[in-house]
Design a binder for this molecule. Sequence first.
Ligand code: NG1
Ligand code: ZN
Length: 486
Amino acid sequence: MAQFEEVSQKSAYGTAGFRTNSKQLDHVMFRMGLLATLRSKKTKATIGVMVTASHNPEEDNGVKLVDTMGEMVTPAWEGYATQLANTEQEGLLTALKDVIDREAISMAQEASVFVSKDTRPSSESLSQAVLDGVHALESHSKGALTLGFNYTLIFDCWFELQKLVSSYKQVYSFVPNRTDDQKALLVDGANGIGALKVCEMETYLKKELQLSLFNDGSSGKLNHLCGADYVKVQQKGPIGVEMSAGERCCSCDGDADRIVYYYCDSIATLISTYLKELLTQAGLDLQIAVVQTAYANGSSTRYLEDTMKVIVRCTETGVKHLHHAAQEFDIGVYFEANGHGTVSRKPTCTYLHTNLENAALLLQNTVNLINQTVGDAISDMLLIEAVLTIRGMTVKQWDAIYTDLPNRQLKVKVADRSVIGTTNAERRTVSPAGLQEAIDSLVNKHRQARSFVRPSGTEDVVRVYAEADTQESADALAHEVSLAVY
Ligand code: NG1
Ligand code: ZN
């Protein structure tokens, strides 16, 4: 057992599945193919396997399993994933049998697995390894197999794109006189899959939205000096994009499930405020909540709770946590500070479809713009454009809704990041002893300050976050806390 724990630190199913340098992932992919097949047999439904490392450098790759409703798999199955990924080759069969027994899986059951990949060069062979895993298991069992292969992530299908386009046109028809300035949007495609989708959509929306695409994948490297993470963490514009004052610009990440608008990241605030107003106008008594993580700027939390009187919940990092918390409300708006997120709606809210008065009609069309499965940068972009259009707002006015507290994020390399244990939605540490006390006393030296540390679930680093009343103070606090971690 002790030996297994030691091994399991090597690859753990983290915030968004396994993620590391692509050269180390071949066997992990094969095993995720095996596990997805088992999960499909167990649920009697289609299971997705996504080969991507999102905003990480192009050299990295990763894999995550997507459960029957588009959500991440349960903690128990994440545990099986970690176990399979770390088992020595000789023990693989036993490990598989263990899952089959524990979950009482009938191997005669048909399996259906869909594999998707992003545009990274390594994704080609790694997704093939997933398929090999699926085939390996199926050729040894009696079950029939349906296997789909999706060449792109997110709304690959033409129909889905058309649905978004037509909902956007409907919303737009409420405010037809948008000026050219208001229609112009600069899009940084991060040289990834989002670029391909924006290219496709551009032609259908010429009248309503003038999209200028940068980092379209024709020459640059994925996520290199561009993309949502670069813009958010470095607080710089992406390479190749020349922004003039007042222009709206947004960046996808490598797999286009995340979007950042500059110079404002209060996406959840904008959307929840707008939806709340529409609900009031339509006379609908639905509970709306915003789900954030510890990385949400303290000002946005205060604004939502105190001014907008919206329910705010805080969860651990990663959309899988936010998504589940959001589903507890009629309408749950969830965005991580880095742009991952969407809006979920309880299936019981069907009367949104029957009341066709003006506000409700608008609400219905707005809701149709939302991709309720986990994260879709292109649908988020159209949703934000719709809200700005309807409210006649510029990015400057959006930015002025509230003022972010200056903040700083740092990464610290340590020998073993797993020694840091956290609690309270990762806002406090429980181990190693004394660390939280040290952070508390550093925070007390700054004004309006907040700071926390947590081990990353996608990189071999500890993340440090700090905010305070001035940038100098936030920078100093982040630095001091880094030293306490080190
Ligand atoms: P980790 O590495 O666990 O902090 C990062 C992001 C998450 C999420 C995941 C998955 C930050 C601070 N963390 O997780 O929000 O996007 O990657 O892609 O941005
Ligand atoms: Zn992503």
